[in-house]
Write a protein that binds this ligand. Structure first.
Ligand SMILES: [Zn+2]
Length: 448
């Protein structure tokens, strides 16, 4: 099962590209949701593929990602304190609020199980336009997906934390995964809601040695952790690539679905660059609706850490090495996975695909227009997650057999000039594309 990765959006007379890290081990039909890019002004369902690299049984309606054996799980699982609780919030009757939220969650699940938009409308704060749109679009995309109508949804609220502005953050569980959703009391009922742009106030800038963070007080319970994780990501990229930009990177902590750059459901973070503005990394707040459900024992930090390292690799690649607009898709994403996740190829199903001789080609030479190959990784219609895995193996193969990362950059630099892989392989490594491809396939069989 895949999510989405990379959108090239020609808008505003310029070009904006957004790099999403591919979520792995996603087994959720709910992830078959539209990713929209507001700057395009249109909703674009992005390539989704019902193939799970970890061989899940029947598809089950789960939201979010499964446990991830992250090499670097911060010690503390997420446990937002209630320091932000207002005096009013502190006085709320926890049992009553949890019962109210559970009632809303039951309705929400029933709306999905019965494919009933009228029920769905009852669970959302009617005064919050973006939230209504978010919930409805997510619902419609699910129902229209191949998983639509299967039913089996249920949610359970397991804890609540009073937050600012009368909101409550609820720990919501589904099939063993946890999400943090915000609710507000509206006419005696606890509904899915988030603060509006006006309520949330203005962002503030926090300058650190390596970053300029743009954040809101709304997310003050996680801001510090996210800043540390970003620093850790930079350090990991520095260790693996040998250099990172001296210049500060802009990082936006997106507080809610409706505030900040547009993101679709199940977004952890992404890297975006435009010709008009500096590139930046956007992180979805873990307490917002777009952040995917996670394994509570690992905490929300685990998947996010790898994603931030992946996104910062794009930034470092673009600023300190070769502009990513001049690179092939597999080079960009393969490198980001190589740096951020040592298990990428395995967790994305490469061993199974190699065993069954379903290797995604580097270049699709069949002549078809919609190329199914690693050079078009980010616009593939299917097997996108697997393609990320194979892209990672290409980087590993070059590192192993063609002179380490120096060899990789040598190829990238020649490719930058030639914009042709066969020509670049010949010039950089003195091999034909056919020979390189054969060697890579042999190496895959030996290695995976
Ligand atoms: Zn990426």
């Amino acid at each position: 099962m895949v999510q989405f990765n990379f959108i090239r959006c020609e808008a505003f007379g310029g070009s904006m590209s957004v790099h999403y890290k591919q979520l792995v081990r996603v087994t959720a039909p709910l992830l078959l949701l539209a990713v929209t890019l507001s700057s395009c002004g249109a909703i674009q369902p992005i390539g989704t593929t019902p193939v799970s690299p970890i061989g899940t049984a029947a598809p089950s309606p789960r939201t979010g990602v499964a446990a991830n054996p992250s090499p670097s799980t911060p010690a503390s699982a997420s446990a937002p304190t209630s320091s932000a609780a207002s005096s009013t919030a502190a006085q709320i009757d926890e049992q009553v609020v949890m019962a109210g939220i559970q009632e809303t969650l039951d309705l929400y699940a029933e709306a999905y199980n019965e494919n009933d938009p009228a029920l769905l409308a009852q669970v959302v704060d009617p005064s919050n336009g973006p939230m209504k749109r978010y919930v409805r679009t997510k619902f419609e995309n699910y129902q229209e997906s191949i998983f639509g109508g299967q039913g089996g949804f249920s949610y359970e609220v397991t804890a609540i934390t009073p937050h600012k502005l009368g909101f409550v953050i609820a720990d919501v569980e589904q099939y063993g995964l946890t999400g943090k959703w915000t609710f507000r009391e509206v006419n005696g009922r606890w509904l899915m809601s988030e603060p509006t742009r006006r309520e949330i106030g203005k962002p503030r800038k926090v300058e650190t040695e390596h970053f300029t963070f743009h954040m809101y007080d709304w997310t003050e319970d996680v801001n510090e952790t996210l800043m540390q994780q970003m620093e850790q990501a930079r350090e990991q990229v520095r260790e693996r690539l040998g250099k990172v930009p001296d210049t500060k990177a802009d990082v936006y902590i997106k507080p809610t679905f409706g505030v900040g750059p547009f993101t679709g459901p199940t977004t952890l973070a992404f890297y975006a660059r435009t010709y008009q503005a500096r590139d930046r990394i956007v992180i979805a707040a873990p307490n917002s609706y777009v952040f995917p459900f996670y394994d509570a024992s690992a905490g929300w930090q685990a998947d996010l850490q790898m994603t931030l390292t992946h996104e910062y690799t794009h930034l470092a690649n673009n600023r300190s090495f070769t502009p990513i607009a001049r690179m092939s898709d597999w080079m960009i994403e393969g490198l980001a996975e190589y740096v951020s996740d040592p298990l990428s190829a395995v967790s994305r199903g490469v061993p199974e695909a190699v065993a069954s001789d379903e290797i995604i080609p580097i270049m699709d030479t069949s002549g078809r227009i919609d190329k199914q190959d690693l050079e078009h990784l980010t616009i593939l219609e299917r097997d996108v997650s697997l393609a990320y895995g194979f892209a990672t193996t290409l980087v590993e193969f070059i590192v192993d057999r063609y002179g380490g990362l120096d060899g990789f950059w040598k190829l990238v630099q020649v490719y930058d000039k030639r914009q042709s892989l066969p020509a670049a392989l010949q010039e950089a490594f003195g091999v034909s594309y056919e020979q390189f491809d054969r060697e890579w396939r042999d190496w895959l069989k030996e290695t995976y």
